[in-house]
Design a protein around this ligand. Sequence first.
Ligand code: FAD
Ligand code: MG
Length: 333
Amino acid sequence: MLFALISFFSCAKPVPKQTFFVLGTTCTINLGQAGTKDVYAECFSYLSELELVLSANRSDSNVEAINREAGVKPVVAHPYTLEVLTTALDIARMTNGAFDPTIGPLVKLWGIGTEDERRPSNEEIDEARALVSWKMVQVDTEAGTVYLPVKGMRLDLGAIAKGYAADGLSRLLSTRGVHRGIIDLGGNILTLGDKSPGQAWKIGIRDPRITRGGPVMGLPVISKTVVTSGIHERFFVENGNHWHHIIDPATGYPAQSKLLSVSIIGSTSMIADALSTSVFIMGQEKGLDLVQKFPDIEAILIDNTNKVYVSPGLTNSISILDTAFVKVSDTTQ
Ligand code: FAD
Ligand code: MG
């Protein structure tokens, strides 16, 4: 009997990692020795549940119900929606609206990453831009409802919800006794614990000019999230213009901040996700000022001349692997 039990357990091999397509992107979770089919299935089911609530791309989501009733009536918001939207509105306030969860009309209009992607006319952009206004969102916490008061307004939580998902996965895994692993939700990375006792995970920062480019910098992290926003995730090129998916609400056009990529390092993936998009839009100077306001947040910015700006807390830990990229503190400026 004892022999049978031993051979049963030795057959239940760990599943080191699994990849799913969910949240509109490729999500890979690697739990090493702690990976089991059941725990991965639970992770996938959690991500699917989040998608069903938070997606702006499916008509049956809670976010779409709120969008459909814009200008008509408040809609009961799912607790996930309320939690993400509350943080999104806080970040909108802190960034003076550079980050705006009501960016939906502009996202739909440009359609970047969809079959309908195109450069809209200036009139269309002005019309959509008039509907983008985080200050108009009415959240009734007592009734648990959200109301968008003007017809055509649309929430889009795509810049923050993957981070929320990563934080949720981390909590879920912790309750299952999993404290070591790495979660990658389409570039939104969260490490659980260390890679092996005392050894950090080495996270690569990709070449921002190439889709799925190779690592040009390395960063050791333990129990941290690293979230990157860049110009090569979703884009199209038209008449020599590179139109990417991070939109500046002030202009209605993809942000032209000279930055090619922004990576944010912190302990909360939702905050890091929102900040990676925000700093990208705000640009190097204002973006780094914003980062300073958060005690546990660091940033790596790459601009269009391959200069790398690093927040003070990271200067000594980052290693540049490709000499085409130069840390600003290493140049005469
Ligand atoms: P980030 O910089 O983190 O975010 C960029 C995205 O944020 C843009 O795509 C836009 O949606 C939004 N955004 C742009 N400008 C601003 C701004 N100024 N302020 C605030 N937000 C802004 N994609 C699909 O193609 N099909 C799907 O079915 C689909 N479902 C999804 C479901 C969920 C729940 C989520 C979270 C995303 C989904 N996506 C889907 C979107 C897809 O995965 C996005 O590419 C991703 O969320 C953007 O993340 P990022 O890391 O590339 O960039
Ligand atoms: Mg983001």
